[in-house]
Design a protein around this ligand. Structure first.
Ligand SMILES: [Zn+2]
Length: 386
C-alpha cells in the first residue's frame, strides 16, 4: 500500500485572489523582511479582505536555523492563529512547517518531527504555502530542512502530515527573483525531478510529474534567467517547482541532496547552488544502477545517443551546460572552498551525507568511501569514473 499526498494547488495568473476567500479568524504570516515588502504585504491584503486578523513573523533567516523556528513559535503561542500562511522561498515555508508542528504539539521538540512520530496537526490551524521562488517545492512536500547552528548540520525534518493544506502558486510572485537566485533555485527543481525519477521509490504516480518538470526546466529556465520579465518562462518554472515538489515528496530525493545538505551546512553554500553543483556528478554516479531510468529522461528530452550509458552521460553534460550558461559554480574549488578546508571537514561531511534520507533510497547506495571520492571529485571537477 502506498499513498500520493498533495496539497490543494491553486495556480496561474491571479492565483493569489484565492486568499480573499479563505475561512479563518487569525492568520500568522511567516516570512522574511525582504519578502514582506515584495510579496507578503500583498498576501496579507488578500487575507484581510477575507476578514482575517493578521500578524507577521518576518524574522526567518536564509537557510533557517532552530532559533528562527523558536522565535516564530513564541509568536504563534501568543497569537493562537487558526491559519499559518508561509510566504517566501523554502526557508520561510520550512520554518512555517516547523512552527506549525510545534505549535500543535507543545510536548514535542524539533528533533521529534520525524516520519514515524505521532503528529497531531490541523487541530489548531491549517497551513497555506505561497512560494515566491521557483525552487524548493516545499509548498508541495512533507519535508522541512532546518539548520542546527551548533553543529552546522542540516536537519531533514519529515512527516506526511507536514504537507501544506493549500499551495498558492502565483507566477507574479516569482518575477522579482534576481537572475542568480532564478538560476540556483531552478537547478534545485531539476535535481528534485531527476532524483525523484531515479529513486528506488519512484512510482507510476510520480514518474509523469518528474519527467514534465525536467522538460520544463530545460526549456524555460534559461529564458527565465536571461529575461526576468518573461512571464511565460516565469509561470512555467513556478509550476515546474511545485510539480517537482509533488514528485519527490511522493518518491524521494537522492545523493545530490545528501551531498548538498552536507556541503551547504558546513561551507554555507545556498541550497540550490549546492545541489546544482552536485547533480552532474551524481547522475554519473547513479549510471551503473539507473541506466534505464536515466536513458528514459534523455529520450524524453530528445538527446541524441547511441547507448544507454552515453544517454546518461549526455544528461550529466546537459546539467553542466545549464550551470555554465547561468554562471553557477560547477566545482567546490570554483565556489571558493579551500582544499585544506575540504580535507579537514571530510569525516564530518561523509558522516552527514551517510545519515541523509536520500542515501538509502538512491538507486546506487554510496559507501563512506564512495562519498569521500564524490566530495573530492566535486571539489576538482572530475567526471565520476567509479
Ligand atoms: Zn532541493
Amino acid at each position: 500500500m502506498w499513498y500520493f499526498i498533495s496539497p490543494k494547488v491553486v495556480f496561474g495568473e491571479d492565483a493569489l485572489d484565492y486568499l480573499s476567500e479563505v475561512k479563518g479568524k487569525r492568520a500568522l504570516v511567516v516570512t522574511d523582511k525582504v519578502v514582506r515588502e515584495l510579496a507578503a504585504e500583498r498576501v496579507a491584503e488578500k487575507l484581510r479582505e477575507a476578514g482575517l486578523d493578521i500578524e507577521f513573523y518576518d524574522e526567518v533567516e536564509a537557510e533557517p536555523s532552530t532559533s528562527s523556528v523558536a522565535r516564530g513559535l513564541e509568536v504563534a503561542r501568543r497569537l493562537q492563529p487558526d491559519l499559518i500562511v508561509a510566504v517566501g522561498g523554502g526557508s520561510c515555508i520550512d520554518t512555517a512547517k516547523a512552527i506549525w508542528a510545534l505549535y500543535e504539539n507543545p510536548e514535542l521538540s524539533i528533533e521529534d518531527i520525524a516520519p514515524l512520530a505521532e503528529l497531531k496537526l490541523r487541530e489548531k490551524a491549517r497551513l497555506i504555502a505561497v512560494p515566491t521562488t521557483s525552487g524548493t517545492g516545499s509548498e508541495a512536500t512533507w519535508a522541512a530542512v532546518i539548520t542546527d547552528p551548533a553543529e552546522h548540520r542540516k536537519m531533514e525534518l519529515a512527516h506526511h502530515e507536514l504537507v501544506p493544506d493549500i499551495a498558492v502558486v502565483d507566477p507574479s510572485l516569482a518575477k522579482t527573483m534576481p537572475p542568480k537566485l532564478t538560476a540556483a533555485t531552478g537547478m534545485d527543481v531539476l535535481a528534485h525531478a531527476i532524483e525523484a525519477y531515479v529513486s528506488q521509490w519512484a512510482n507510476d504516480f510520480t514518474d509523469g510529474l518528474a519527467l514534465k518538470a525536467i522538460e520544463l526546466v530545460f526549456r524555460y529556465l534559461p529564458r527565465a534567467y536571461r529575461s526576468p520579465d518573461d512571464m511565460e518562462a516565469r509561470e512555467k518554472m513556478h509550476n515546474a517547482a511545485t510539480i517537482a515538489g509533488l514528485a519527490f515528496s511522493n518518491s524521494m530525493i537522492g545523493v545530490a541532496h545528501a551531498l548538498a545538505h552536507s556541503i551547504g551546512g558546513l561551507f554555507k553554500i545556498p541550497h540550490g547552488e549546492a545541489v546544482g553543483m552536485c547533480l552532474p556528478y551524481t547522475i554519473e554516479y547513479d549510471l551503473p544502477e539507473a541506466e534505464d531510468r536515466l536513458e528514459q529522461i534523455a529520450h524524453h528530452l530528445r538527446l541524441s545517443y547511441t547507448s544507454r550509458r552515453e544517454a546518461g552521460l549526455k544528461l550529466a553534460d546537459e546539467a553542466r551546460r545549464l550551470l555554465s550558461e547561468m554562471g553557477l559554480p560547477a566545482t567546490l574549488a570554483e565556489r571558493g572552498v579551500a582544499e585544506s578546508e575540504l580535507e579537514e571537514n571530510m569525516d564530518k561531511l561523509v558522516r552527514l551525507a551517510m545519515s541523509s534520507g536520500g542515501t538509502t533510497i538512491n538507486p546506487r547506495i554510496p559507501s563512506e568511501e564512495d562519498y569521500r571520492k564524490l566530495f573530492r571529485y566535486i571539489y576538482e571537477g572530475r567526471r565520476v569514473d567509479f
